[in-house]
Design a protein around this ligand. Structure first.
Ligand SMILES: Cc1ncc(COP(=O)(O)O)c(C=O)c1O
Length: 280
């Protein structure tokens, strides 16, 4: 497999990153995941803007974002990968320097890495929905940054898998923030609800698209904190993310949501999303 590292396309097994890299030492980096549909990177500009925003908030000087679509195309080509059901993973760290907490000397080049990988969400899950668990949100106070520092997300997702579920919905002080790697929506009495943007959640690109689709479908929608009890008594719950698209959640902590089947609003949004991906 060919990957991209610091300006070169190399075999993955030959790619070398320094043990002094701040991504390795401190998780001092950001990442982005963008998906291809029919050979087009979906919402590329929104993803690249979020990456630029994260770099700026982390004060990492790197202007590689604009080149990533071209790098992604080249990775697809070199790997002979189909231009669908594939994603571009990008990670940019503060570079390599002797270990000390403070930033390295100005001019230390960032590390820029990219690879392509297949999407593993199955059509069956999208059709029938998945199980989720709830868990405490133990993350830091800058979840708006798509940082590679994901330990709390990793532990939450592992707890979900060990409980036979596929995603962990996180609760902070009694309200839903988001899930370990997706945004969370609930539907009650026809109204679609999701957490408002803040430092406590990532500004999901799929979340943004779903809100646009709600507008197009004239669905009532509110970006307002959702309490744990509102989540548990919701008519429908779904996840939104680059990999999981619009994914119905049919059981929460082992108990069915409503009748335990994907709800009508979720289905409508899922269909609208499928139409949308055809148009970029
Ligand atoms: C914590 C978190 N929230 C939400 C999302 C969904 O974001 P997007 O729709 O941009 O993929 C992700 C995606 O990785 C995530 O890690």
């Amino acid at each position: 497999m060919t990957v991209y590292l610091n300006g070169s396309f190399v075999e993955k097994r030959a790619a070398r990153i320094s043990p002094d890299d701040r991504g390795f030492l401190f998780a001092d980096g950001v990442y982005e995941v963008i998906r291809w549909y029919d050979g087009r990177l979906f919402e590329a500009e929104a993803h690249l803007d979020r990456l630029r925003d994260g770099l700026s908030k982390m004060r990492i000087a790197c202007d590689a974002a604009g080149e990533l679509p071209r790098i992604g195309e080249e990775l697809l080509r070199r790997n002979g990968a189909p231009p669908d059901r594939m994603k571009l993973y990008v990670q940019i760290t503060r570079g390599a320097a002797r270990r000390t907490h403070a930033f390295p000397a100005p001019g230390t080049p960032p590390t820029v890495y990219a690879e392509v990988a297949p999407i593993d969400t199955s059509p069956e899950e999208l059709e029938h929905g998945v199980d989720a668990i709830t868990t405490a949100d133990q993350r830091w106070a800058r979840c708006d940054i798509k940082s590679t520092s994901l330990l709390a997300n990793v532990l939450a997702n592992q707890a979900a898998l060990e409980a036979g579920a596929c995603e962990a919905i996180m609760l902070k002080e009694g309200v839903v923030t988001e899930a370990s790697h997706s945004s969370v929506f609930a539907v009650t009495d026809g109204e679609v609800r999701t957490a408002p943007l803040s430092n406590l959640i990532l500004a999901g690109i799929t979340r943004k698209v779903v809100l646009e689709l709600c507008d197009e479908l004239r669905l009532a929608v509110r970006e307002f904190p959702l309490t744990e009890s509102e989540l548990r008594s919701a008519d429908e719950v779904f996840l939104a993310g680059t990999s999981c698209e619009v994914m119905p959640v049919v059981r929460l902590d082992g108990r069915p949501i409503a009748d335990g089947r994907p709800g009508a609003v979720t289905r409508r949004l899922g269909q609208a999303f499928t139409k949308r991906i055809g148009t970029g």
